[in-house]
Ligand binder design. Sequence first.
Ligand SMILES: C/C(=C\Cc1cc(O)c2ccccc2c1O)CCC[C@H](C)CCC[C@H](C)CCCC(C)C
Ligand SMILES: C[S@@+](CC[C@H](N)C(=O)[O-])C[C@H]1O[C@@H](n2cnc3c(N)ncnc32)[C@H](O)[C@@H]1O
Length: 234
Amino acid sequence: MTTKISSNSAEIRDIFERIAPHYDQLNDWLSLGQHRIWKKMAVKWASPKPGDTCVDLCCGSGDLTKLLAKEVGGQGKVYGVDFSPQQMAIGKEKFPLPQIEWIEADVLDLPFPDNNFDAATMGYGLRNVVDISRSLQEIYRVLKPGAKAAILDFHLAYQPFLQQFEHLFLENVAVPLAERFGLRDEYAYIWESLQKFPQGTQQVALAKQVGFAATHYPIVVGTMGVLVVTKPEA
Ligand SMILES: C/C(=C\Cc1cc(O)c2ccccc2c1O)CCC[C@H](C)CCC[C@H](C)CCCC(C)C
Ligand SMILES: C[S@@+](CC[C@H](N)C(=O)[O-])C[C@H]1O[C@@H](n2cnc3c(N)ncnc32)[C@H](O)[C@@H]1O
């Protein structure tokens, strides 16, 4: 069966609306719970501090939003931003914390002023936006000088045998499991989008074009990665 590759924001949003009821459970099953560790690593790299104002972009069901909220504490504030109301409804229910505000918006056009945030995270979002450079520009705009963003996502491993492994895992484990929930095409989309997603070195180049200092950290033997970007001091 052929998979229709999504190409516009409405189609991407619809994928995440449809998978919302099963998203958390499938992440736990498919990663054997490891995605929680990868998300903790991303939050550490973003360096949030008590009392900070932070943003979690493409927050989905809020795992990273909650981790940021724990770091900033009751005196801080975290905005979770996503364009899928179904995903955020799950996050609101799981994490009813007073320092979190959930905002329905497109991360390519953020409803925040310039130089507003002490730290930002984006988990599994950059691969899904229709314009990666535009997304990085928006992150740059809303971060304060000196602030960091940590951007976690799948990564196409540099070694061909690991790429093959990723393909086999996604096609033969993730897609068949998702198919049991009627979500075959939605999970087939992961491999399709991963093939088009710039590798770490290219992500660093894109971030530098926008004005960031940037490093890409491969994790899980390069099948995942965290792009850490810093807005230079003015
Ligand atoms: C949190 C995870 C995935 C989030 C995610 C992101 C997307 O863009 C999606 C798009 C459409 C449907 C679903 C998602 C989605 O869930 C991680 C979940 C677990 C992964 C499927 C596990 C992948 C494992 C690696 C590819 C290979 C592991 C390498 C090995 C340990 C050597
Ligand atoms: C794979 S989920 C990741 C959710 C969460 N960050 C996590 O790590 O579990 C990707 C999320 O990005 C959101 N998203 C994708 N493109 C977006 C955009 N342009 N603006 C806002 N949200 C977007 C989707 O609605 C979805 O909830």
